[in-house]
Design a protein around this ligand. Sequence first.
Ligand code: NI
Ligand code: MN
Length: 229
Amino acid sequence: MTLSLTWHGHSTVQLDDGTHSLLIDPFFTDNPVATMAASDVSCTHIAITHGHGDHFGDCPQIAKACNATVIAAYEICEYLAEQGHAACEPGNPGGCIITDFGSVSFTHAFHSSSFEGRYMGMPCGLIITMGGSTIYHAGDTGLFGDMQLIGETWKPDLVLLPIGDRFTMGPELATTAAEMIGAPAALPIHFNTWPLIEVNPDAFAPRNVEVLRMQPGETIDVGAVASTQ
Ligand code: NI
Ligand code: MN
């Protein structure tokens, strides 16, 4: 089985197993580092970590255009249902949703979650099994001790961690997070999108973890990364 990962910049990533295409935290419109427009995106599923505009903003439009199934917190699914989008899989931290590509489990994340002033449920991290790999997208979060438990429980092949500071961990705390999670590879996300989250990504340097340095728009083969360990 193969799995490709495209980083669209910020926290937006797309996983593709050749049959299904899962878009996580779609943010193209008003994203200064995005290399494509929301209207050009094609996917079968969308997963959302939390309701902030830089993670959820393009979800309603893309979900409708692609008739994609949305996997998200209960309150986010309620919002989408009000907008007329019926294909939703609601969840909450601790829960696992079996999908036709694999599964999505919700972990907690230390953050907030609202959209246009409306409460959007718990902010989450996502554990995705797809194409023979397990990926942990931590969403927006501070450092928390249960990251070690998440690593032991799901044994992710790859972890995606925010490193932009101010609203999430900075590179130093994310380094600690990556070492606690213990995945063989890590991709830093949610940095250098705007001046407020400008950091030196080289300061993200966990021991015994391969750090993937990607550019927005770049695609990698996740299976090849995991199998080199
Ligand atoms: Ni956020
Ligand atoms: Mn964010």
